[in-house]
Ligand binder design. Sequence first.
Ligand code: 13P
Length: 210
Amino acid sequence: MSESDTRELLARLAASLFARGFSVGSAGNISVRLEDGFLITPTNSSLGRLDPARISKLDASFTHVAGDKPSKEVFMHRAFYMARSDAGAVVHLHSTMATAVACLPDVDMSNPIPPLTPYFVMRVGRTMPVVPYYRPGDAAMEPAIHAAALGARAVLLANHGPVVSGKTLTDAVYAAEELEEAAKLYLLLRGTQPRLLTPVQVDDLLSTFG
Ligand code: 13P
């Protein structure tokens, strides 16, 4: 896909996430890998109203080379790209349900949301750890995210929100949407004893769908 088509797609998917309440105000940021670098949403921009031509461009070393000033979370995205050669895009949201789970003190920090549904497993994978709280824009979170991303396609930032990678931009957006739904189900079912997918069922999903 050309850079110009990628810019258009990023703006369209971001607007769709915003329209459905997955991000509000200027929260969230999205990046995508190009052949010669990365696109990332500008800092303080609303995902609902991105101008494709003004989306920030970074070179392959994550240096800003064109477009508006990039998100202050460039290092959060860099942590994923450096940890995962399969990451073609990264979506960070403050979506309500996933962020609610990221605020719970009594969850399994190595994997707070159990395998409730196939699409959560297929899109997000086997594990999604919680990374300890850091102030938004604090570069100190990069090593912690990098370490977690080595073994997971997505992480929850404590008291902040999800960061989700995917092979393509569309895949990363789908995964962020599935994560939000899984978080909602998990919160709905808290205090009950839901039937979970078994380890064999999880293995079957991952070997069939990757
Ligand atoms: P930016 O506007 O700099 O992308 O930051 C938004 C955000 O979601 C911080 O975590």
